[in-house]
Design a protein around this ligand. Sequence first.
Ligand SMILES: O=P(O)(O)OC[C@H]1O[C@](O)(COP(=O)(O)O)[C@@H](O)[C@@H]1O
Ligand SMILES: [Mg+2]
Ligand SMILES: [Mg+2]
Length: 346
Amino acid sequence: MPSSLDAYLQSAAGADPTREKVAETVRELAAAAVKLRDIIIAGGGDNPGSSREATNAGGDVQKELDVVADRVFLEAAKASAIAFYGSEEQDEPVALDPAGTLALAIDPLDGSSNIDTNVSVGTIFSILPATDEHRADPASVFRQPGSRQLGAGFFIYGPQLLLVLSLGNGTSVFIFSPAAGGFVELNGAASIPERTSEFAINASNYRHWDPQIRNYIDDCLAGAEGPREREFNMRWIASMVADGYRILVRGGIFLYPGDARKGYAKGRLRLVYEANPVAFCVENAGGLATDGINRILDIVPEGLHARTPLAFGSRREVERVGRYIADPAALSERSPLFGKRSLFRA
Ligand SMILES: O=P(O)(O)OC[C@H]1O[C@](O)(COP(=O)(O)O)[C@@H](O)[C@@H]1O
Ligand SMILES: [Mg+2]
Ligand SMILES: [Mg+2]
């Protein structure tokens, strides 16, 4: 009999008051996700994919569903012990319960470019502690490194409504079952294979990347005739939640590096409410998440909307990208012996 999300949260909380508050928050978020899923199934509002006049703090044009999702999750935050709500769709953190002990950072709708194409979208969340120190200086609450997260996860609104959740001790996946009246656990703890032959990157940015990233992708594309000596497959859904879930299920590497486009020096993804929660789930499933060099969870964010280059997924592959970036010349794969115009590959 699969465990319900409720039972899982109850046993994870034990008698610890902080963990109880985290569990209560996840319950509220799960109820909000069901609400948002119903809105999406019903067509997502009057005009879900339509762009509004406004842009969010990251400079992205807001779609109607981005704003609807933000409203739904803000209500959920108000119903839990959340002192500060930091959202992709709000310029500044919103102060909520003055006695609250937690902060919630959220990407209410991930994969906005997919809304009007009926492709999976999601919600990404990160739960952090909020102390008196943060009350005195509210901006500092979202400058905590991801290693301080008490819980994190993401929902996927796809063919199934899924929740990927980590409370710091493994990563679990739950599926919403109307028949069971809630979320139930799927397949036990997630475990990302160490090795992979599948990569995810928006290759249309190739000409804007640094040479190191180009070298890495070139070597994957060269397949069995190249230095990696095996075939690679590629996937890019453009909803990080969906790409991330595939990686949890069968391994792979996701890359969104910095590039030469204006405003993209640190890529596109936001550290606090995109990279950190995904990194928390990935590491708790045995994978790795870095900005190419540094572990994502160790980075001290400059603020709520700070961006970061991101590589996550199968541990060995993420480490390999780090070697291309840190010391491309030292890579045996690019030595003359194994290079494309080498003795062996003339
Ligand atoms: O359109 P691009 O540049 O390929 O970017 C796609 C990436 O941007 C995102 O959509 C960013 O998230 P938002 O939709 O929340 O802004 C990721 O989900 C996705 O991986
Ligand atoms: Mg996003
Ligand atoms: Mg978003």
